[in-house]
Design a protein around this ligand. Structure first.
Ligand code: GLP
Length: 242
């Protein structure tokens, strides 16, 4: 029986993570006439976006899809992922905002917004390279522990642990949304290639469970083991238990 190739792990420092990740994104951008990149928010991809900003590549034919978005923030809230992506990729890379897609958390029918998002990804030809971070509880995008491993884009309720981890971006814990829209694990697994970036000691346990533990809903990121084309870029602290 064929097994998917194990994730390819590289242990690098912060600057090296940025440039190695940027190389993978630039390769994906040049592999197809209309490439599609899945983008994560949060701290993990920051070195990548900084490295990309220095390359002045041509992004005109590319489309970009966010992994997830909060539900419950007013439009234009600085911590909504639509705004984070405007600050972190649209402006620094000079992208056309029409090419950067985020699931719409302001629709009355949120599941319809999720279904439309899946359709848009499919119409773009699928995601070629999906950039990912990992939550310290093993979440991937906002897929929290306990959900189906083949889930699709949907509304998810955030765990207390995730809300506490993201508290740093808000005035108080009460201001952190309780719900979100997220690409499902099944959606993520359909991307041609996955690129996981993990830094810091507080990711060590989750990274170990994701790469060395059983494939289980208890660690959503363990689905990486089911995909044959995964690159993991980690610093020494995040990789310390591997
Ligand atoms: C967040 C995001 C994820 C992100 C992960 C890790 O809550 N919704 O998409 O990849 O959790 O975040 P960070 O990189 O800030 O540690």
């Amino acid at each position: 029986m064929d097994h998917p190739a194990a994730p390819l792990l590289q242990i690098l420092d912060q600057a090296e993570i940025g440039s190695a990740a940027a190389r993978l994104v630039l390769d994906a951008l040049s592999a197809r006439p209309a490439p599609v990149i899945g983008v994560a928010t949060g701290s993990s991809p920051a070195p990548l976006y900084e490295a990309l900003a220095g390359t002045h590549a041509d992004y005109r034919n590319a489309a970009w899809f966010a992994l997830d978005e909060y539900v419950g923030l007013p439009p234009g809230h600085p911590e909504s992922y639509a705004e984070v992506l405007r600050r972190e990729i649209i402006e620094p890379l000079g992208l056309d905002p029409q090419t950067v897609h985020v699931p719409d958390p302001h629709r009355a029918d949120l599941q319809a917004a999720c279904d439309d998002y899946e359709r848009l990804i499919a119409e773009a030809g699928g995601i070629d390279l999906q950039i990912l971070g990992i939550g310290r509880n093993g979440h991937l995008a906002f897929n929290e522990p306990g959900g189906a491993l083949d889930s699709r884009t949907r509304v998810e309720v955030l765990t207390e642990d995730t809300r506490r981890a993201n508290r740093r971006f808000f005035d108080s814990l009460d201001s952190v949304p309780t719900r979100c829209l997220t690409q499902g694990l099944g959606t993520i697994l359909e991307a041609g290639q996955l690129l996981l970036i993990a830094q810091g000691e507080d990711k060590a346990q989750a990274l170990h469970a994701a790469l060395k533990g059983p494939v289980s809903p208890e660690c959503p990121a363990s689905v990486l083991q089911l995909h044959g084309r995964v690159a993991v870029l980690a610093d020494a602290a995040a990789a310390s238990l591997l």
